[in-house]
Write a new protein. Structure first.
Length: 543
């Protein structure tokens, strides 16, 4: 196996998203299945290094699925570790699961460290994998160096800030400088608020402010300050007044010291904050490629000629591409629809092309369609982790084919249109940073409480709501329940973007089935990727 890949099997979409993100952070690609039957079929067609299998599923439970998988593995003469992931109640049955044949057990919600241990233990590193890891590491180090070189020299002498960590989370030097500016601009106000809440013994609000400080300090690489804030947030939850009274002056002294340490930023770039408020920067008009078709074919036959005529008669522009990666790469920007006719290649050549198209499909929102002989199409599908619903075995129904092309064009336009995203978070600093990250590609509005959010939704519904858990006039869980209870707002998708990752809060939130669950310490590129993937999958769900 060239690249390690896992299969995630769970009937809850949110669980699959979380596990996929955690695996990706460990450098492991993954496919997903929602039922036991789908899992077995994927294992017949594909090769996996690891399978994460939910115990409780509606059609076949985990044990029944495992028994079917063993038959598949026997036929292939191989062994694949199958990990049972189940709820906390299943902890007492761990020995039972192992006796049933599971290799190991993970308890939901999965602890990232435990999952990392599973990956390390059960996915062997082959030479190709090691080479890819080394290559990715070198790319990351090069990117870090390039971005660090863009930072002002004075900043590199500032103590108590891990610049590499800040660049990792913010991705670019410019975004990191924006985050620093937001951080330092609010120090006086936030520290005064924390001081007042401590003096007046308002522990709940005190804890929220410390939670906010923890998130933003972690984002800019002020690790010690972030860890200190985390200790005091916990103390507020536990009502440890003695510890809070003693430690609050110390954290405020450390926090306020950053105003002096980062003073050159306020002097050298006084206009940066006004630039942040101009979130919607106009982008260059991209050429309309909606009616372009990237046509990959090795042969000129009745199928390809028929498709060419049907497309031409319907106003589509055909871009012929040779069946090899270099040609596809140089022309990939010219179309969003790829039509692949695998005829004329042997099975290994078809699989190689399809594997390449898989990566293109995942990373760049290209829609892949297949046409040709059934045997060639089956070879292509057997190599693909992505299920394309647009498959046309010969004899091709050209009328249906053209109807489908029109549907894909409309779908791709919907995918590219500017989405409205609301962010509800009382942490003004963190909200401003995330708004800036998202505003290049989306229309973003931020709110600090549930009342303002509901008022805005009543005026203009968003395409997505990013929601924190703790809010000054309630909590995100109750707001989500309120939205789900009304027919007018029940379909508004909600992704939690919060610092709450303890089992109690995670289970409570997941019980209301949000559309996603992301932690605030997430890096910029991971957040943008998760949002992009959400909108893409939401479109494909309607196919």
């Amino acid at each position: 196996m060239d690249i390690s890949k896992a299969l995630i099997v769970d009937d809850m979409h949110i669980n699959r998203i979380i596990l996929s993100s955690l695996l990706a952070s460990e450098g492991v690609m993954s496919d997903q299945a929602s039922t036991g039957m789908e899992c077995v079929e994927l294992c017949r067609r594909n090769e996996y290094s690891l399978i994460l299998l939910d115990h409780r599923m509606p059609d076949m439970d985990g044990v029944d699925t495992l028994l079917e998988l063993k038959k598949v593995f026997e036929e292939k003469r191989k062994s694949v570790p199958v990990i049972c992931h189940t709820i906390e109640e299943g902890r007492k049955n761990i020995n039972l699961y192992r006796a049933a044949g599971f290799t190991d057990v993970l308890i939901k919600p999965v602890d990232p460290k435990e999952l990392a241990g599973i990956v390390l233990k059960y996915i062997p590193d082959n030479d190709k994998n090691e080479h890819l890891k080394l290559e990715n590491k070198e790319k990351k180090e090069t990117h870090e160096k390039d971005e660090l070189d863009k930072l002002p020299i004075w900043l590199k002498t500032v103590p108590h800030i891990d610049l590499v960590s800040g660049i990792d989370k913010c991705e670019t030097a410019d975004d990191y400088m924006d985050a620093l500016y937001i951080f330092v601009s609010s120090i006086e106000k936030k520290s005064s608020d924390i001081e007042s809440l401590c003096e007046n013994d308002k522990l709940e609000l005190y804890g929220i402010k410390l939670h906010s400080l923890k998130s933003v300090a972690g984002l800019i690489g002020a690790r010690h300050l972030s860890a200190f804030a985390s200790e005091l947030e916990l103390a507020a939850r536990e009502k440890n007044r003695l510890f809070i009274k003693h430690e609050t002056p110390l954290i405020l002294k450390e926090y306020r010291s950053f105003k002096e340490l980062l003073a050159p930023l306020l002097v050298s770039e006084p206009g940066r904050i006004s630039g942040l408020n101009e979130k919607l920067r106009k982008k260059k008009e991209a050429p309309d490629i909606s009616h372009n078709i990237l046509f990959i074919r090795n042969a000129d036959n009745i199928v390809t000629r028929g498709l060419t005529k049907a497309l031409g008669d319907s106003g589509y522009n055909i871009i012929d591409v040779p069946d090899e990666p270099a040609g596809i790469i140089t022309r990939k920007h010219m179309a969003d629809i790829i039509l692949y006719c695998p005829g004329g290649s042997d099975s290994s050549g078809i699989r190689m092309t399809m594997n390449f198209l898989d990566e293109l499909f995942r990373d760049e929102d290209k829609m892949v369609c297949l046409a040709g002989d059934s045997a060639d199409i089956n070879d292509a599908l057997s190599a693909s982790a992505v299920k394309t619903p647009f498959v046309y075995p010969r004899p091709v129904d050209n009328e249906k084919f053209i109807q489908d092309m029109g549907h894909i064009v409309r779908m791709q336009k919907e995918l590219k249109c500017r989405k409205k995203i609301y962010i509800t978070d009382d942490d003004e600093d963190y909200r401003a940073i995330v708004e800036k990250w998202l505003s290049d590609d989306h229309s973003v509005n931020g709110f600090s409480n549930t009342s303002d959010t509901l008022a805005a939704i009543g005026t203009l519904r968003p395409d997505l709501l990013l929601l924190d858990y703790e809010l000054p006039d309630g909590n995100g869980y109750e707001l989500m329940k309120q939205l789900h209870a009304s027919p007018a707002t029940a379909n508004i998708p909600v992704i939690f973007l919060t610092g709450k990752n303890d089992r109690e809060h995670v289970y409570k939130i997941l019980g209301c089935r949000p559309d996603g669950y992301l932690l605030k310490n997430i890096e910029k590129d991971v957040l943008l990727s998760a949002i992009r993937k959400f909108f893409r999958e939401r479109i494909y769900d309607f196919l």
